[in-house]
Write a protein of this length. Structure first.
Length: 474
């Protein structure tokens, strides 16, 4: 009976284990099916999102090309577009010829405005048409042309706005003509200057245009008689600083050099520093930029630029590290302190750090030392060994030290003097052998001299005894 019961239990356990295994297999198979379905669903969702967003980059590029082909075909195949394309081109060519000729005719200004706008729109559609006729637009807005002041200002502003759109579409085609756009910032008309600045600002902020040395042309407008243009200049630098702080610091050297030219008025840079740089430069100290500005004292050669550099240095906030930089590079600008304005700027830095800087004992000691150096710049030079960090010795330095030590030892051995009991001086010759042989030679010489002295003293003693014996015998 017991065996039967045990067999039943074993059979039940086997059945239960088999059922459990079957259930697990079913679960795994279901999970695999679900995972496959989930992957398919995810792929379908991604495809739908790509279709909504316009597909992948390759698909987007293909669509752009197809659209470009369609737009090109509009101007070539359609009779209406071909008619108006030729008409606008002829009107703009007639306008340009009339401006160049000495006997000018009275023209319909409204017709000229519409024709130029239509020409720009046709250029936006067709790359080929833009490449063939872009020279018309730049000839019209060229500020150095003899008819620059005769062209209607509304036409100029329309051309500048259209060039902004064309530059976004055909960047490589319009890039060689950009200097002419920057020259329009110096146009006599307020509306033209403002429109040109707005277009440049827009292209810079959308990362289509990289401004480098041309920033100085924008900075000169800070003293523009038209107040909206001044506000636009402030907005330009504020937006650039908001986008990337380092970009303004990279612009500063070019701005200083270009605004320090003799043909530029001195008040332009002072106004730019007060109205723009004070808001752009942060209150936190920037040791690297301070060091770059100090180094420009050596790289430049004009008094006007030295003054502008010193005015920029007054705008920074100073801590212990930045004051140490001033002390380290004191010789870079010590001679420039002879100018009263430069001296006043450095004294203003000292007052500013005393009033608004962190009042720690280290900064107080450093600023007092710097003040003493500035006040006594005529009398003393400055040694910056205190503030230079100790460099780790290189292999060359260690070799040089060892060679110097060996030379010192040789010189000491050569200058050794041996005095005998008879007050005779003996100087050793310069050795060519090793130091151990030289020492042994000196010891042998010294011991030989001692033996001679002993013999000499013994002879004297024997002579003295003979004299005493002879006296006693007498």
């Amino acid at each position: 009976m017991r065996e039967q019961i045990e067999n039943r239990d074993v059979n039940k356990k086997q059945q239960n284990s088999e059922e459990i295994e079957e259930e697990e297999e079913q679960k795994t198979s279901k999970s695999k099916k679900k995972s496959k379905k989930g992957k398919k669903q995810e792929e379908q969702e991604e495809d739908e999102l790509e279709q909504i967003n316009g597909g992948t980059e390759a698909d987007h590029d293909e669509r752009v090309r197809n659209l470009q082909k369609i737009m090109e075909s509009f101007l070539d195949d359609s009779q209406i577009f071909r008619f108006y394309k030729g008409l606008t081109k002829n009107i703009c060519q007639d306008l340009l010829n009339n401006l160049k000729s000495e006997q000018k005719q009275v023209r319909n200004v409204a017709l000229d405005r519409v024709a130029v706008l239509s020409l720009i729109k046709f250029m936006c559609i067709s790359y080929k048409f833009c490449r063939e006729n872009i020279s018309y637009l730049f000839q019209l807005i060229d500020p150095k042309s003899p008819f620059a002041n005769e062209l209607d200002n509304v036409i100029k502003t329309n051309i500048l706005v259209g060039l902004g759109d064309l530059y976004r579409r055909y960047t490589n085609l319009l890039e060689p003509y950009l200097p002419l756009v920057y020259q329009t910032l110096q146009d006599k008309n307020n509306l033209v200057r403002k429109t040109s600045l707005m277009v440049i600002t827009h292209l810079v902020l959308i990362d289509k245009l990289k401004v480098k040395a041309e920033v100085s042309n924008i900075a000169t407008l800070i003293q523009d008689p038209h107040q909206p243009i001044q506000n636009q200049v402030k907005l330009f630098f504020y937006e650039i600083n908001k986008k990337d702080v380092k970009q303004i610091y990279n612009f500063l050297p070019d701005i200083i050099t270009n605004l320090s030219k003799p043909e530029v008025n001195d008040e332009i840079f002072t106004e730019f520093a007060k109205q723009v740089l004070t808001t752009v430069i942060k209150e936190t100290p920037n040791e690297q930029m301070i060091e770059k500005m100090i180094q420009r004292f050596e790289l430049t050669s004009t008094l006007k630029e030295w003054r502008n550099i010193s005015t920029v240095l007054t705008l920074f906030q100073y801590n212990d590290k930045s004051i140490k930089r001033l002390l380290e590079k004191f010789e870079f600008f010590r001679q420039k302190l002879q100018d009263e304005k430069i001296l006043e700027n450095f004294q203003a830095i000292i007052k500013k750090t005393k009033l608004f800087g962190t009042k720690t004992p280290e900064i107080k000691a450093l600023i007092e030392e710097f003040e003493a150096k500035v006040n006594n710049y005529k009398k003393e030079t400055f040694d910056d060994y205190k503030y230079k960090k100790e460099k780790k010795p290189t292999k060359k330095d260690t070799k040089n030290k060892k060679q110097q030590q060996q030379k010192q030892r040789k010189s000491q051995q050569i200058e050794m003097v041996l005095e005998s009991d008879d007050s005779d001086e003996y100087k050793s010759r310069p050795r060519r052998k090793s130091s151990q042989q030289m020492q042994q030679r000196i010891i042998n010489q010294y011991s030989g001299q001692q033996q001679q002295n002993i013999k000499h003293s013994s002879r004297n003693q024997s002579r003295g005894r003979q004299v005493i014996i002879e006296s006693e015998s007498d």
